[in-house]
Ligand binder design. Structure first.
Ligand code: GLY
Length: 305
């Protein structure tokens, strides 16, 4: 068994690992873990309390994949519901579709009885007003395209939650959830709900998931590429390094990506590209393996161009 999680406040890994140790299926366990992250309103990148778009709407993205047959479900631009990861899981289980967006995703969430929530917290509303003022959006004539460019903050493009697991049955699964890029253009969708870009799982080879600048993961098909490299015989470290080096081709020096991967033999690797974060502001992640009482903190490798 192994659990690897990007969960900056460690909100859900203890529960997910406990459920896995009690021999629950990995996908159900990581869904439960991510629900705690989504409900944590001090985590600014996911669920309630997450960053809104440039006009103040919190639009949530999430995805799941079951490595037994690569069944997948995802939602993008969902607003008004607390647990996008669970709605994504329901899409996988109840519909002959993979991805629902916007109003259709909300209609489906309503139909399956998903929990509603006011996602914009007072703290985030204050941050939004400050940001809108800083890019001139308090003036009626300011164009939104220009404001989104002026307000780009590379430190706030990521923070996505990703969980990867191989459970006691050897089954591999991945799940993701995010509020996406802070102050994004309304309707912007990152890699988190895109199978093959932000997440991918296959029992035969392993799983991968990404955080950071989702546009780069989409343009690279990054999670799929990583698992395909393992399929071609690379070790998990080789696959992660090779996949991230491929992203350099995009030429975006400011974009940061963290790539998380596990193989079928209990190995994992996490590496990142992009600006080196200052001491004290590094991203870290959590890992637990057979025999561990709970997940412990680790730091990713940095790969230079
Ligand atoms: N990786 C999350 C996003 O770009 O929305």
């Amino acid at each position: 068994m192994i659990l690897v999680a990007a969960d900056i406040q460690n909100s859900g890994t203890v529960l997910a690992w406990k459920l896995m140790c009690a021999e629950n299926p990995g996908l159900a366990a990581i869904e439960q873990g991510i629900r705690l992250v989504e409900a944590n309103e001090t985590d600014w990148s996911v669920g309630r309390g997450g960053y809104p778009n440039a006009q103040g709407e919190v639009e949530l993205d999430a995805g799941v994949m079951d490595g037994r047959n690569r069944a997948s479900g995802a939602v993008a631009g969902l607003h008004g519901y607390l647990h996008p990861v669970s709605v994504a899981y329901e899409v996988m289980q109840r519909l002959p579709h993979v991805l629902l967006v916007g109003a259709g995703a909300a209609q489906f969430a309503e139909e399956v009885g998903a929990e509603k929530a006011d996602l914009l917290t007072d703290t985030m509303r204050e941050n939004l007003i400050k940001w809108q003022k800083s890019v001139g959006l308090n003036q009626p004539s300011t164009d939104l395209i220009g404001a989104v460019h002026r307000g780009m903050d590379p430190q706030h493009t990521g923070g996505t939650t990703v969980y990867l697991a191989q459970d006691s049955q050897g089954d591999i699964a991945v799940a993701t959830s995010t509020s996406g890029w802070a102050w994004k253009y309304p309707g912007r969708v990152g890699d988190t709900p895109i199978a093959g870009a932000g997440f991918f799982a296959d029992n035969r080879y392993g799983a991968a998931a990404c955080t950071g600048r989702g546009e780069m993961a989409i343009r690279s098909g990054l999670a799929r590429l990583t698992v395909a490299l393992m399929q071609m015989g690379r070790t998990v470290e080789e696959a992660v390094s090779e996949a991230l080096k491929d992203v350099f081709y995009l030429g975006d020096k400011r974009g940061e990506i963290h790539l998380y991967a596990i193989d079928t033999r209990g190995n994992h690797d996490v590496a990142c590209i992009g600006p080196v974060r200052p001491a004290g502001n590094e991203h870290y992640y959590f890992v637990a393996r057979d025999g561990d009482p709970e997940p412990g903190r680790q730091y990713p490798r940095h790969i230079d161009e």
